[in-house]
Design a protein around this ligand. Structure first.
Ligand SMILES: Nc1nc2c(ncn2[C@@H]2O[C@H](COP(=O)(O)OP(=O)(O)OP(=O)(O)O)[C@@H](O)[C@H]2O)c(=O)[nH]1
Length: 316
């Protein structure tokens, strides 16, 4: 229990530190929004709307949050500005619950399932390879056997980088030469994982967005070939987005959700940006749960997303 408490404390400290910039910016704006006001009225709500939109929460999600707070003000008759932080936290957590009603442990996999296959997608440079490395480390730490598949064969550097991560974490990797067919790499990876009865497979893919049809065709082909080995693979399509790109991340989410059935999100580089609000907006807008957040470059700087912890860290 004491050890668990220590772990949680460490996790919270890293989260607070990782979200420092967003938090500072939101806090400053919020203080300005309520200056000289003792109760939440229309003017405060207008200001709050501006705060959320300028914090990259997105227009639609902001309006949904404001609507919830308006209802709350009507119901409770009086909401003091000193309560605004608490009310905001509660309403945002409830909103995020709509995308994922149960609190789950992202690292605990279905029992007796065979290899759990995660296909990782996202454009170059968002932190895909790094996220796969960190995730492999997390699963390994949780006692799972992991196999990596280097199906981003478009750039030699991408394979090399994943090899470095595999060595660092101490997990096997399946690769072929540069320019090889990504679907063939995926096939080999799943065959190895199945033969060795591995717990988790993480497949890196090339995320070229220049042509939606190409992207769709490529991802569909990889999936089809995977299903020859494991019929219900991939179990998870994890889209990695760079949180520091703000509105660009929304656009990428739009393109990828049109191209394939994304069912989990990892949002990276939340450290060093004031745009952390994207986590709330993207999850709400696309109705896809955020499973992981990246808050630094080091191996331990990936956290399993917890909406209460996140919102608490942002608005405290
Ligand atoms: N600060 C910070 N940097 C990160 C995070 N995640 C990844 N990075 C850095 O972002 C850069 C790009 O990460 P990669 O993992 O190479 O990105 P990728 O999407 O695989 O890109 P390609 O390898 O070019 O396809 C690297 O320098 C990483 O160290 C994060 O959460 N925080």
């Amino acid at each position: 229990m004491a050890l668990f408490g220590l772990f949680n404390k460490k996790k919270k400290e890293s989260l607070d530190k990782g979200l420092e910039k967003t938090k500072e910016s939101v806090f400053k704006k919020l203080s300005r929004a309520i200056v000289g006001k003792s109760k939440v009225d229309d003017e405060v709500l207008d200001n709050l709307e501006e705060v959320l939109i300028s914090s990259d929460v997105g227009v639609d999600t902001t309006l949904r949050i404001i609507e919830r707070i308006e209802e709350r003000v009507q119901r409770d008759k009086y909401v003091g500005t000193d309560e605004l932080n608490r009310v905001l936290k509660e309403e945002i957590v409830d909103l995020l619950k709509e995308n994922n009603s149960t609190d789950y442990d992202a690292l605990s996999l279905p029992e007796g399932h065979g290899p759990y296959v995660i296909m990782v997608v996202g454009v170059n440079g968002v932190g895909k390879t790094t996220t796969i490395g960190k995730l492999a480390h997390k699963f390994k730490d949780a006692g799972k056997s992991v196999v990596l598949g280097a199906a981003d064969t478009f750039r030699a550097a991408a394979v090399d980088q994943l090899v470095i991560w595999a060595e660092r974490v101490g997990v096997p990797i399946v690769k072929q030469g540069m320019g090889a067919d990504p679907a063939s790499v995926a096939f080999d990876t799943l065959s190895k994982a199945k033969a060795e009865n591995a717990d988790v497979v993480l497949i890196d893919t090339a995320g070229r967005l220049h042509n939606k049809i190409n992207l769709m065709n490529e991802l569909t082909k990889i999936k089809k070939v995977m299903q020859k080995v494991i019929p219900d693979a991939p179990h998870e399509i994890l889209l990695v987005l760079d949180g520091s790109t703000g509105q660009n991340a929304y656009e990428q989410a739009k393109q990828f959700t049109l191209a394939t059935e994304v069912n989990a999100l990892a949002i990276t580089k939340l450290d060093g940006t004031a745009k952390g609000g994207v986590v709330i907006g993207i999850s709400d807008q696309f109705k896809i749960p955020v499973k992981y957040i990246g808050i630094g470059e080091k191996i331990d700087d990936l956290q399993v997303f917890n909406r209460e912890e996140f919102v608490d860290s942002l608005f405290n």
